[in-house]
Design a protein around this ligand. Sequence first.
Ligand SMILES: C[S@@+](CC[C@H](N)C(=O)[O-])C[C@H]1O[C@@H](n2cnc3c(N)ncnc32)[C@H](O)[C@@H]1O
Length: 207
Amino acid sequence: MRPTKQIEADLTTYYDAESQHRADHPLGEMRKANRKLAITRLLSPLDRPLLDLGMGPAKEGVAFKNAGFGVVGLDLSIENCRHGTTVGLPSVQGTARQLPFTNGSIADVWSMSVLMHLNDEAVGQALSELRRVLRSSGLLICGTWGGADSFDLLEGRFGPARVFFHRSDDRWQWLIKEHFGVVEEFTIQRPLPDLDWHYQFCVARAP
Ligand SMILES: C[S@@+](CC[C@H](N)C(=O)[O-])C[C@H]1O[C@@H](n2cnc3c(N)ncnc32)[C@H](O)[C@@H]1O
C-alpha cells in the first residue's frame, strides 16, 4: 500500500496532466442534477465562502459563483488551481488533510469525486478538518464512488494509476457520522450501470 504522501504525489501528477482534458469536457447529467439540488439546499451567507474541495478545473466552482455564491476552491493539482485563477475563482493549492482556513470560516462544503482517493487515516483527517472549518450548521455535500469495501488502482492515460478506496454505504456514513453526528441525506446513484461501483451522494450538517 502506498503511503499518503506518495498517493498525493501520484494524484497530483495525474490530475495536473489531466486538467485541460477535464476542463474541455462537460460534466454529466447526474452531476448537474446534484448541483441543482445543492443550490436549493445551500444557504451560504455572503460573509463566508462555499469551499469546493478537490475542485478540479473549477467548472463547478464557477457554476456556484454564477449562482451567486462566494466560492473558494482547493485542490492538490496546481494546474487545476491555475484553471481556477484564470476563470476568476480564488483557488488554493493544498490537501484536504490540512486545510488553510480558520475555524468556522467556511459556509458550506461541496466535494465531488475526491474523498474516495483518501485512505482511512487521511479521510479521517480530512473529515476532522472539514468539521473544523465549517460554521455551525454548515453543510458538507459530498459525492464518492463507493461499493463493496475494496481498494482499486485505476490505470489511466494521464499518469500514475489512481487509488480508489471504495467504501460501503454503511461504512462511509459511519465515518462521516463520527465527525458530523448526523447524515441528513444519503442517496445511491448509478450513472454507469455496468460498473461495480455506485455514486454516494451525501449531505451532512456540522453540529
Ligand atoms: C476525480 S477529480 C474530481 C474533480 C472535480 N471535483 C470534478 O468532479 O470534476 C478528483 C480531484 O480531487 C483532487 N484531490 C485528490 N486528493 C486530494 C486531496 N487529498 N486534497 C485535495 N484535493 C485532492 C484531485 O487533484 C482532483 O482534482
